[in-house]
Design a protein around this ligand. Sequence first.
Ligand SMILES: NC(=O)c1ccc[n+]([C@@H]2O[C@H](COP(=O)([O-])OP(=O)(O)OC[C@H]3O[C@@H](n4cnc5c(N)ncnc54)[C@H](OP(=O)(O)O)[C@@H]3O)[C@@H](O)[C@H]2O)c1
Length: 252
Amino acid sequence: MGERRFDGKVALVTGGNSGIGLAVAQGLVDEGARVVIVGRNAETVARSAADLGAAARGVVADTSRLADLDRVIVATREFGGGRLDVLFANAGVGTFGPLAATTEAMWDTTFDINVKGVYFTVQKSVELMQAGGAIVLNASVAAGKGNPGSSVYGASKAAVRSFGRTIAAELVGRGIRVNVVSPGPIETPIFDRTKAPPQQVAEIKAAMLARNPMKRFGTTDEVTAAVLFLASDAASFITGVDLLVDGGVGSF
Ligand SMILES: NC(=O)c1ccc[n+]([C@@H]2O[C@H](COP(=O)([O-])OP(=O)(O)OC[C@H]3O[C@@H](n4cnc5c(N)ncnc54)[C@H](OP(=O)(O)O)[C@@H]3O)[C@@H](O)[C@H]2O)c1
C-alpha cells in the first residue's frame, strides 16, 4: 500500500471524466480522498465515477456557466459533508490553428471555459474551504511560449497563470494555498477533440514532440504526481508557484 496523503479529505476535480483530471481523481481516491468529478458528458461522467468507486461522485455540469457551478458546489457540499480540502480546476479545451484561421466562436469558447470557467470555479469553491485547503489550477507550458498554432490557447492559459498568483496572494491570509501546474505535451484525448483538421493536429503534435528536450509526450501519471504534491501537506510552504511538468520545454 502506498502513501495516503488525503485520508478523510474531500476534493473537487473539474474535467475529472477524462485525461489528466481523471488520473488526478484516481490518484486522490487511491490516497484516501472522497472526490467529486465534473464534466459535460453525462455518459463519461457516470462511467468514470463508477470506475472510481464509492469514494467518487459525478456531477454533469458546464464549468463556463455560473449556474452550473452553483449546482456543483451544492453537490460537493452534500457529498463532502460541508468540507472541501482540495480543488483541481482542470477543465479546459484545446484550440489550435494559425491566426488567420481563428474564429470568434473559437475565441469565445476557449476563454469561456479555460479562463472564466476556471476563475469562477475557484471563486465558488473557496466558499467551502477552510484553512489548510489547497487549490491547483491547470494551465499549460503554452502560456509562456510562442508556439505557432497556439495563440488563443496559450493566451487563455497565461490568464490562468496570472490570476493564480493574485488569488494565491488574496487567500494566503486564510491559510489556503493556490498553485498552478503547467504541463507540456501530455498524451490525452485533448488533441483529437480539437476542431482543427486532423492533418493540422498531427503537424502540431509532431512539432511538439520535435521541440521537447525529452523527445516524448508526458503521461497523465507524471502530471498527477505533481498535482498531488502541490495539493498535499508536503507542499505546506508553497503557494503562488507555477510548476512546469513539461520535459524541460518551458525552460530551455
Ligand atoms: N494534454 C496536454 O498536452 C495538456 C498540456 C497542458 C495543459 N493541459 C490542460 O489539461 C487540462 C485537461 O486536459 P486533458 O489533456 O486531460 O484533455 P481531455 O482529456 O480532453 O480533458 C478535458 C476535460 O475537461 C472537461 N471539460 C472541458 N470543457 C468543460 C466544461 N465547459 N465544463 C466541464 N468540463 C469541461 C472535459 O469533459 P467534458 O468534455 O465531458 O466536458 C474533460 O474531462 C486542460 O485544461 C488542458 O488545457 C493539457
